[in-house]
Design a protein around this ligand. Structure first.
Ligand code: MN
Length: 130
């Protein structure tokens, strides 16, 4: 069964690129253009991982991260912030709001999927194989 990644991102080009790269590696990608719809999708979808843009309309990514972490069933879901803010303290703010990691934009097609996979638990079917 392919694993599902929820992508919360308002920029269409970034959504397109991230979805393209992840689907090419066999992931199912579901996306939302803002925090409230992303939170709603996360509740119903129970994704294996959430990619979260920080600059979003309606709610910023930090607020979205805190809301998602408040949902019992999503407490342990890996969540990665994706942001173009290259500001000091941004990583700390992402982590403090509940994200497990942080990827900087622009998305690097060479490394993007690898960076994300560091946060995905190894599937049970692959555990223990040499
Ligand atoms: Mn954005």
């Amino acid at each position: 069964m392919s694993r599902t990644i929820l992508l919360i991102e308002d920029n269409e080009q970034n959504r397109y690129l991230a979805t393209f790269l992840l689907e090419r590696h066999g992931y199912k990608v579901v996306s939302a253009p803002d925090g409230p719809s992303g939170i709603e999708l996360a509740r119903t979808l129970m994704p294996d991982l959430i990619l979260l843009d920080i600059q979003l309309p309606l709610m910023d990514g930090y607020a979205v991260a805190r809301s998602l972490r408040g949902i019992e069933l999503l407490r342990n879901t890996p969540m990665i912030a994706v942001t173009s803010y290259a500001m000091v303290g941004d990583r700390e703010k992402s982590l403090a709001s509940g994200c497990n990691g942080y990827i900087e934009k622009p998305i690097n097609p060479e490394t993007f999927v690898n960076e994300i996979e560091r946060f995905l638990p190894v599937p049970a079917s692959r555990q223990g194989t040499p």
